[in-house]
Ligand binder design. Structure first.
Ligand SMILES: [Fe+2]
Length: 411
C-alpha cells in the first residue's frame, strides 16, 4: 500500500530543496517557459501549414542519416522509422495475433478478471483497449527480429551512454527486450483514449534522488546545458512500488504498426519537445501550486499533463502522421503522449508496444525476473498479474526463441 501522507510530507520537503537549487525559482521557470513558448509557436506554425513535425526516416537510410537529422530528432525527442517490416509480413502477424486472441477466448477471460491495474484510472478516458497479452508469437517474433535490433541500436546511440569516467552507463549495442502489451482499437470506438501523460514515474521525477540528479541542471538555473539524452543517473532512478509502473530504463518507448492508421484513427499523439519535462518540473514549484501538490501528479499513476497547469504545453500536442503496417514510432521517456479519444477511421488500429531497453544493471535485473515470467507464460513483473496466457494455445515458448531472442530475454 502506498502511504499517501508520507509522500505528501516528502513532497513538501523536496519542493523546498528543489527551489533552493535556484537563485530565483520564478525566473528560472520563466526562462524555461520562454524556450517552450518558442517551440510551441514553431509547432503551431508547422501544423497550420500542414508541414512535417515529427522527424521521419526509412530503415534503409538509418546508417546514412545526417547530423542535421540527428539534431532534429534530439530536439523533438521522437522519430518515425518507416518500412521496418514488410507490409505482407505485418498482415500475416496481425491475423496470427487475432487468432491467438480468439482461439484463447481472451474477451471472456478479461471479463472474469477484476481490474487490478488502475495505473490509468486518473486519466480522463478510463482504461483503453489495450490487451494484457505479452507472449504471442507475433509479439515475440517482432521483439527478437533483426530489424528491431538495428533500429534500437541506432536509437540507443542517440544517447550519451558513457559517464564522466568513460564507463558505460548502458551498452547501446546490446538490447534486452521489454515485454509489453498490444493495442487493438475497433473503428468507431470513442471510449478508449488516453489523456496526455508520461510514463517512467510521476511524483518520483521530483522526489527521487536519482531523478533529482538527472534533472539537476533544470532546477539549478542551467536549463541551457540540460541534455535530455545524457543517460547519467537515468539508470539510478527508483519507482514507488505499484502495478503497471515501469522498473526499467528505456531509451525510447515505441510501437510497431500492425495495421494502417493515421490521424483520426485513434492513434498516438505527442508533444514533440524533448526538453518539455523542464517546464513540467519547474511549473510545480510555482507559488500557485499547493505545497504538497505537484500539478496534480499522483503516485503510482502516469504523470498527468493537464489544462489547469500545462495549457501552454498542450497546444503542442500533435497526432503522428499516417502509419503503414511495419512502420514504427519512438519517443523519449520524457515525451508527453496521448491516444486520440475517437477512432473515426475504417479499420482496426493495432500496434505492438516495443520499448528500447539496452543492457545495463537495472535492465538486466528486471530481465531476469521477466524471463521467469516468460517461461511460465505469466504477465511480466511491471504489469498487473493477470496471467491470462499461462494455458493459452500457441503461446511462444523457449523453442520459438532464436539465439538473439534468448540473449535479449536474459535466458
Ligand atoms: Fe504511455
Amino acid at each position: 500500500m502506498i502511504d499517501l501522507e508520507k509522500i505528501e510530507k516528502k513532497i513538501i520537503k523536496e519542493k523546498k530543496i528543489l527551489r533552493d537549487k535556484s537563485q530565483n525559482y520564478n525566473n528560472n521557470f520563466l526562462n524555461i517557459k520562454k524556450y517552450i513558448e518558442k517551440e510551441i509557436i514553431n509547432i503551431e506554425e508547422l501544423k497550420k501549414n500542414n508541414l512535417n513535425i515529427i522527424p521521419e526516416i526509412n530503415l534503409n537510410d538509418l546508417e546514412s542519416n545526417s547530423e542535421k537529422f540527428i539534431t532534429e530528432v534530439k530536439n523533438r525527442g521522437c522519430v518515425v522509422i518507416r518500412d521496418v517490416f514488410e507490409d505482407s509480413m505485418m498482415k500475416k502477424m496481425n491475423t496470427e495475433l487475432e487468432t491467438y486472441i480468439e482461439e484463447n477466448n481472451y474477451y471472456e477471460d478479461q471479463k472474469k478478471k477484476a481490474n487490478i491495474d488502475n495505473y490509468f484510472s486518473d486519466l480522463k478516458s478510463g482504461k483503453p483497449q489495450i490487451f494484457g497479452l505479452y507472449w504471442s508469437k507475433t509479439q515475440v517474433n517482432i521483439r527478437q527480429s533483426l530489424e528491431l535490433e538495428k533500429v534500437k541500436k541506432w536509437l540507443n546511440h542517440l544517447w550519451q551512454y558513457k559517464d564522466n569516467n568513460n564507463d558505460l552507463i548502458f551498452d547501446p549495442n546490446n538490447e534486452l527486450v521489454y515485454a509489453d502489451r498490444v493495442r487493438r482499437r475497433e473503428p468507431g470506438d470513442s471510449t478508449l483514449g488516453l489523456s496526455p501523460h508520461c510514463d517512467a514515474g510521476s511524483v518520483e521525477r521530483w522526489i527521487d534522488k536519482g531523478y533529482q540528479s538527472v534533472y539537476g541542471k533544470i532546477f539549478s538555473d542551467d536549463f541551457e546545458n540540460y541534455d535530455p539524452f545524457n543517460a547519467t543517473f537515468r539508470n539510478t532512478t527508483q519507482m514507488i512500488e505499484s502495478p503497471a509502473v515501469s522498473h526499467v530504463f528505456r531509451t525510447f518507448q515505441g510501437w510497431v504498426a500492425l495495421t494502417e492508421q493515421g490521424p483520426g484513427d485513434g492513434t498516438l499523439q505527442l508533444i514533440p519537445i524533448a526538453k518539455s519535462m523542464a517546464y513540467i518540473l519547474t511549473r510545480a514549484l510555482m507559488d500557485d501550486v499547493d505545497e504538497s501538490n505537484l500539478c496534480d501528479s499522483k503516485p503510482a499513476r502516469a504523470l498527468s499533463i493537464n489544462s489547469k497547469y500545462h495549457a501552454l504545453l498542450l497546444r503542442g500536442l500533435v497526432s503522428i502522421p499516417k502509419m503503414k503496417p511495419g512502420d514504427t514510432v519512438w519517443w523519449h521517456p520524457d515525451i508527453v503522449h496521448a491516444v486520440e479519444d475517437m477512432h473515426s477511421g475504417q479499420g482496426y488500429s493495432n500496434v505492438v508496444y516495443v520499448g528500447s531497453t539496452p543492457y545495463c544493471k537495472k535492465n538486466l535485473e528486471y530481465s531476469k525476473k521477466q524471463a521467469q515470467k516468460f517461461l511460465e507464460g505469466k504477465s511480466p513483473p511491471d504489469f498487473a498479474p493477470e496471467d491470462y496466457e499461462v494455458s493459452y494455445k500457441n503461446r511462444a515458448t523457449l523453442d520459438d526463441l532464436t539465439s538473439l531472442g534468448k540473449k535479449q530475454l536474459a535466458l
